[in-house]
Ligand binder design. Structure first.
Ligand code: ME8
Length: 522
C-alpha cells in the first residue's frame, strides 16, 4: 500500500517587502504541521513562495527605481534565505512569475472564458493597494480606509472583466455548512458565513494595462492583466501539477486530478486573507470543475501594542535578529508555543524570554540532569531495566499531543509535551536517584528510574522534533539514537544499553534565567 499523502501550503508572500515575524509564524506553523505528517510516515508536499504581480509590487518597484522583476528576484531570494535560516522544510518554493505558473493561469482564464464564466463590465469602487482588494462603501466607511490595515483606499472606475462569482454563492454556503471543519477556527467560519448572508457580487478579475502593466496578460484581451489575487491563488494548483498546459495530458487536469497533489489537504493563512481563500478561491475552483481544498486554517496576528505587525505600519520584528541571539529552535518554539492557533498574540521581549526560560529550565534542565546521572551512576550506559516509571504519563501525553495536532491546536500539543517534561522533573525529585545510588540494595530501583528518565527524553525528542528539529535531534543523539524516533514508536523503543553523553547545555541560560536563580543544572 502506498503511503498516505498530505499537501499543505503557506500564503505566498508579497515580494514587495522583507520577511518579518508574521510571515515567519505562518511559515513555521505550516512547517511544524508538515514535519508532523512526515514523522507519521506520510508523503508530504509543502509549498511556499512569493506573490510577484500586481499594483503593490509595481508601486514598490517604481519607488525604488527598479524593474518589478528585479525587485521580485531580490525579495524571493530574501524569503528563501530566511526560510533556510529558520529551518523551514518546504518541498517547493513557487514564484508567480515562473513560466509554469503563467501558463496555468492563462489556461484557467481561457477555460473560464470559454465556459461563459467571464464577462466585460464597468467597475466603480474603492481599492486598497495594501490589501490588493476592492472594499464596499460600507467597509471603507467615511474615512475611506481599508478595514484591515487602516490604510487609505482609492476610488477606481474602469472597464474590467468579471467572473460570475455570484452564481456560486448557494453552493459555497452549502459546502461550508456541510463541512464544519472546512474553515477553522470556528470564529473565522462564522465570519465567512456572515459575509455570505449578503448577496455575493461578481468578482473583478482584470486590470487595464493603461493603469497596471505588471501582471499576466488575459488570454482573451491583450489590453488587460489578471487581477493579482486570481493569479496568486492559482499558485496552489500550479504546484500540485494538476494542470500542465502543453504537456501530453493537455488540460486533462481539469477533469481528472488523479496523479497530481490536488486537492490540497490544508491551506494555512492569516485571518487577513480568509475571504480571498474561503470565497474567491473555492468559487473559482467550482467554475473550473476542480475539487476544493480540504481545509483552511486561518491563524491570528502577531500584534505589537494592539496593532497588527506589518510592513505598512512600520512595527515589524525581525525573526532573523532573534535567531542570531537565541538560536533558530528557540525562535521556532516561541512562535509556536506562544500563539494559540487561531488567536492573536502580542510580541514582547519579556514573553520571548519567559518561553526561553521554559526551554532552559524545564526541558534543558531535565536533559542535563538525566544524562549526567546516567554518566555518573552507570558509566554513561542506560541500565538494563524496563524503564516504565512514567509509562502512563507518556501514553496520556501522546494521546493529547496527537489529538491537538490533528485538530491544528499546535500550541496545545506543545504545551502537553512541556507538561510531560515538568512531570519528569518531578519524577526525578521523587525517585531521588542520588539517594538510591548510596544504597547498594536498591540498585535495581536506580536502574529502573534512570531507564524511565531516558525513555521520557526519547519521547520528548519525538514529540518536539517537529518544532525544534535541530535541538531534538541533538537530544536524541545524546541518549544514543541516530534521530528522534517516529511518534508511534517512541514509547516502545529499546533504551537499555544505549550510550549516553551529557554535552553542553541544550539551551544555554541567558541572563534573565540566571537572575531568576534557575537553570540548566542538576
Ligand atoms: O496577503 N501576524 O501576502 P502578505 C501573523 N500575497 N501573520 C502575519 C502577520 C502578522 N502580523 N503579517 C503577515 C498576502 N502575516 C498575499 C497572499 S496567498 C495566495 C496570497 C502572514 O505578504 C499571514 O499568514 O501580505 C498573512 O495571511 C500573510 O502573512 C500575508 O502575507
Amino acid at each position: 500500500m502506498s503511503a498516505a499523502r498530505f499537501y499543505l501550503t503557506t500564503p505566498i508572500y508579497y515580494a514587495s517587502g522583507e520577511p518579518h515575524l508574521g510571515h515567519a509564524y505562518a511559515t513555521l506553523l505550516t512547517d511544524t504541521i508538515a514535519r508532523y505528517h512526515r514523522q507519521a510516515g506520510e508523503e508530504v508536499l509543502f509549498l511556499t513562495g512569493t506573490d510577484e504581480h500586481g499594483q503593490k509590487i509595481q508601486e514598490e518597484a517604481d519607488q525604488r527605481g527598479m524593474e518589478p522583476q528585479a525587485l521580485c528576484d531580490e525579495m524571493a531570494a530574501r524569503f528563501a534565505s530566511a526560510w533556510s535560516e529558520l529551518g523551514i522544510s518546504h518541498d517547493r518554493f513557487i514564484r508567480t512569475t515562473e513560466a509554469e505558473h503563467v501558463a496555468v493561469v492563462t489556461a484557467v482564464l481561457q477555460r473560464l472564458w470559454d465556459a461563459g464564466q467571464i464577462y466585460e463590465g464597468e467597475y466603480a469602487g474603492w481599492y486598497s493597494v495594501t490589501q490588493e482588494r476592492y472594499f464596499t462603501e460600507k467597509e471603507v466607511g467615511p474615512d475611506r480606509v481599508d478595514p484591515i490595515a487602516g490604510k487609505p483606499v482609492v476610488r477606481i472606475e474602469e472597464t474590467n472583466y468579471f467572473f460570475r462569482m455570484s452564481e456560486y454563492q448557494d453552493r459555497l454556503v452549502r459546502h461550508i455548512e456541510e463541512n464544519p471543519d472546512w474553515i477553522v477556527p470556528e470564529s473565522r467560519r462564522n465570519e465567512i458565513l456572515g459575509f455570505l448572508r449578503k448577496p455575493l457580487e461578481d468578482l473583478s478579475i482584470s486590470r487595464p494595462k493603461s493603469r497596471l502593466r505588471w501582471g499576466i496578460t488575459l488570454p482573451f484581451d491583450p489590453d488587460h492583466v489578471t487581477y493579482v489575487w486570481v493569479d496568486a491563488l492559482l499558485n496552489y494548483v500550479t504546484a500540485s501539477g494538476a494542470i500542465r498546459p502543453g504537456a501530453d495530458s493537455g488540460n486533462r487536469g481539469f477533469e481528472d486530478t488523479s496523479g497530481s497533489w490536488w486537492p490540497a489537504d490544508l491551506h494555512v493563512l492569516g485571518k487577513d486573507i480568509v475571504t480571498t481563500h474561503a470565497v474567491y478561491w473555492p468559487t473559482i475552483l467550482m467554475a473550473c470543475g476542480l475539487p476544493l481544498p480540504k481545509q483552511i486554517l486561518a491563524h491570528g496576528w502577531w500584534v505589537v501594542e494592539d496593532r497588527k505587525m506589518s510592513k505598512s505600519l512600520g512595527n515589524v520584528v525581525d525573526p532573523l535578529a532573534l535567531r542570531a541571539e537565541f538560536g533558530t529552535d528557540a525562535v521556532r518554539w516561541y512562535l509556536m508555543r506562544e500563539m494559540p492557533t487561531g488567536g492573536d498574540a502580542s510580541y514582547t521581549p519579556e514573553r520571548f524570554l519567559a518561553r526561553y526560560d521554559e526551554l532552559a529550565n524545564v526541558l534543558g534542565n531535565l536533559a542535563s540532569r538525566v544524562t549526567s546521572m546516567v554518566a555518573r551512576y552507570r558509566d554513561g550506559v542506560v541500565p538494563n531495566a524496563r524503564g516504565e516509571g512514567l509509562s502512563a504519563q507518556i501514553a496520556e501525553t501522546l494521546v493529547t499531543f496527537r489529538a491537538a495536532m490533528d485538530s491544528l491546536r499546535v500550541h496545545e500539543a506543545l504545551g502537553a509535551a512541556m507538561e510531560l517534561a515538568r512531570t519528569a522533573n518531578g519524577y526525578v525529585e521523587e525517585s531521588e536517584p542520588w539517594a538510591l545510588h548510596k544504597d547498594p540494595e536498591r540498585a535495581d530501583d536506580l536502574d529502573e528510574a534512570l531507564a524511565s528518565m531516558v525513555r521520557v527524553l526519547v519521547v520528548l525528542s519525538a514529540l518536539l522534533v517537529t518544532v525544534m528539529p535541530d535541538k531534538m535531534s541533538d537530544l536524541a543523539g545524546r541518549v544514543g539514537f541516530d534521530a528522534a524516533p517516529q511518534l508511534d514508536e517512541a514509547a516502545a523503543v529499546e533504551v537499555a544499553g544505549r550510550a549516553v553523553r551529557k554535552g553542553a547545555p541544550l539551551f544555554p541560560r541567558i541572563e534573565s534565567s540566571q537572575a531568576a536563580g534557575e537553570g540548566d543544572s542538576e
